[in-house]
Design a protein around this ligand. Structure first.
Ligand SMILES: [Zn+2]
Length: 354
């Protein structure tokens, strides 16, 4: 089986003075490892390029977090100083920027959607209620404790904050979370259908989806049902509501998950309309993607599964089972096929709704 090589592995090789030729020819490179490798190959100065990646990955010099992590019991003056610091301002700006992207892509409607970033042991910065995500300003942001009590901020915190806080409590790795209502992924959530797997690499690597049952938004029950799933999933479809994603790296990465799952659900519907049996990954191909995923530190319930157990999703697949041979259709009219595919999906959706 081929070895997964990450940026860290390449930096190690350079540090030890080994040549890049020591990387096995059949190694699977993570996307950032591939970037670093081509950089090394073009500029020739391997040590300098590898070192640049080290400092680049730490993310920033003067915008460092407080030396001592704050918590909800910290002195009010300390919390205020933190909330008004350049570091906290940067986090607030990140929320505003992701809000603009959510709104521009029509992933939120009205004042819908909300986001939170972990800011200490049991505190988080989050969006306010009743503000469009398209027009957020840094001064709109709120500081809350993990019970949902507002500590600072002129505007009232989002009513859905409990869910974000429950995610952060249940999943210590979560540094940020993003909730929105993108139409295609939400469509799957309304139908109660998990998107089938084994079709697009980005979806397999960056996302791991589960479905939480419906409860009234903002209630502790809703938060609990979502939080129960974040151990092995970073993207939760919330039945009859929307989606919520989390990341162990950044709010932007949590936002990317929304883009990836939305693009995937949209692509699935197009695929289904084309009336052909979709081609899917072989278990071997999927296993390679899961190795990359694991090396990036993303959660997934499929790690350690045997290849024959992968690609298994009986919930919904547009006429496919993993490893099923593509139909030997050469002359069948597209219209008839498309009609059959649409009918099959409609039947399944109706069956789910019963
Ligand atoms: Zn919502």
């Amino acid at each position: 089986m081929s070895r997964v090589v990450s940026v860290r592995d390449i930096q190690e090789i350079v540090r030890n003075g080994q040549g890049l030729s020591s990387i096995p020819a059949d190694a699977i490179l993570t996307p950032s490892a591939r970037d670093l490798l081509s950089e090394l190959e073009t500029n020739g100065d391997a040590k300098a390029a590898a070192a640049k990646h080290v400092s680049g990955s730490t993310g920033g010099d003067k915008l460092s977090p407080p030396a001592r992590p704050l918590n909800s019991k910290s002195a009010k003056s300390e919390l205020e100083a933190f909330f008004n610091s350049p570091y906290a301002h940067n986090l607030k700006e990140q929320i505003c920027e992701m809000g603009r992207r959510l709104w521009q892509r029509a992933y939120v409607d009205g004042n819908g959607g909300n986001m939170a970033i972990r800011a200490g042991e049991d505190i988080a910065i989050c969006t306010p209620t009743l503000v469009s995500k398209g027009s957020l300003k840094p001064e709109d942001m709120c500081l809350v404790d993990f019970e949902g009590n507002q500590i600072l901020g002129a505007k009232k915190r989002t009513s859905e904050i409990l869910m974000h806080l429950q995610i952060m409590q249940k999943q210590p790795k979560a540094v940020a979370s993003c909730h929105c209502h993108p139409p295609y992924a939400t469509g799957f959530a309304v139908a109660g259908i998990l998107p089938p797997t084994c079709m697009i690499p980005e979806f397999e690597v960056f996302v791991s989806v589960a479905l939480a049952p419906y409860r009234t938004p903002g209630t502790p029950e809703m938060g609990k049902l979502v939080a129960d799933l974040v151990d092995k999933h970073n993207t939760i479809l919330m039945a009859n509501h929307g989606i919520v994603t989390w990341s162990h790296n950044s709010l932007e990465e949590a936002y990317w998950r929304a883009e990836i799952v939305e693009a995937y659900c949209r692509t699935l519907l197009v695929t289904a309309q084309l009336g052909r049996t979709p081609n899917t990954f072989t278990p071997n191909q999927l296993q390679d993607l899961l190795k990359i995923k694991q090396s990036l530190g993303y959660v997934d319930p499929r790690y350690g599964m045997k290849e024959c157990e992968l690609c298994d999703n009986a919930e919904w697949r547009p006429g496919v089972a993993c490893q099923v041979e593509a139909k030997a259709e050469t002359t069948v009219g597209l219209d008839a096929d498309a009609e059959a595919a649409v009918k099959a999906i409609t039947d399944q959706i109706l069956a789910q709704l019963k």
